[in-house]
Write a protein of this length. Sequence first.
Length: 400
Amino acid sequence: MTGGPPQHTATPLPLSRYDAAAQRKARRQGGIIFHRVDRLPDRMPRSETIFGLAAAGEVVALVGAPSSGKSALATLAARALSDGSPFLGRPVLRGATIYVAAERAGEVERRLRAAAAPDAAIYVSGSRPQLAEPSSIEELVRAIMAVAEVEPLPIRLIILDTAARCFHGLDENSSRDMGFAAEGMARILDEVPTATLVVVHHMDKLGSSMRGSTALLGAVDLELTVRGSGAIRRLEVTKANAVAEGQRLPFRLTVRKAHDGLDVIAAEAADETGRDGGSKVASRLSPDAQKALDALRDLMTGGMVTFEAWRDATKVRFGDRSPHSKRQAWSKVHRLLLDDGHVVLDGQNVSVSDASSDHQHCISADGGKASAQTVSKAPPIRGAADVADAPRNRARKRGR
């Protein structure tokens, strides 16, 4: 008899095929299943519904400011997948779309009827399912499954427009509440694994990311942010788990006639260049926007610059205007500089983009007024720390 522990060998078993129905059943019953690494079930390979961007089983946040074109882009995506046409130049995987028009359902219906063919595989509901309520999610899933039973094409896209209308009773800034909402989104995709879930949502006050708790951002696989407010706008990949960040898809908003003869807003692919062939960044800035950019450049000589420090320094550059006038000017120019790529916002810090720096030198060589040399002649302002503390210091003086 030999000593030591008994030697035992395991014969590797063939991998089982992915069984979505069995997995869903286990989840509904509350069961937890572990698989040894040599017996792991096959997983569905990543199947992109929009080439280079979104895939089946993923949550996509479509984010933008009010009237930026979010819903128009969602309509374009629904039409593209229904007829197999490209989405902003990207090939798509044809399939049916479920469109939950939780906000302005009538307008969404008019846009879809104007954009898509009469027999397009797009199914619309004006309901407002609540993502944190299991019973509401189950009701939504049953309705989607009823569509899947009669629709020959697989369900490839589910759109919730907007997320805020599906957060009834929830605090968007609460990680706990947004965690419940994220679980609801995951449950939808568990039941419809062939689909990409697109959630249309609003920007935060800084215009840097989606509104609400970071728990919501952490729950999405892809964040697409609408940038720009002029004739040519961009859909930018600002957060991604499986594709490259920084991708920019230019588009423009146009007007089309709906079935009732009235105008509706639609989105379509566009070139990065404007009518004169120049890019958005290569356009001349307004005097107020130039003051804001100059203020940020001067602050950057002292290191990192916060958004608040840039705001206060810019208002100093606005001179003797009324506080209300300064607030209005700041609100307009800072969004313009961010949207057009002159300024980059990273968390609470801001910096001048490389493209904007190159733009300054190009204008200087071309004989323009806004040159790299004139920037250095701007009147000096206080450092970032002093500017950031200015409102607090003024409050102390008033309290004395």
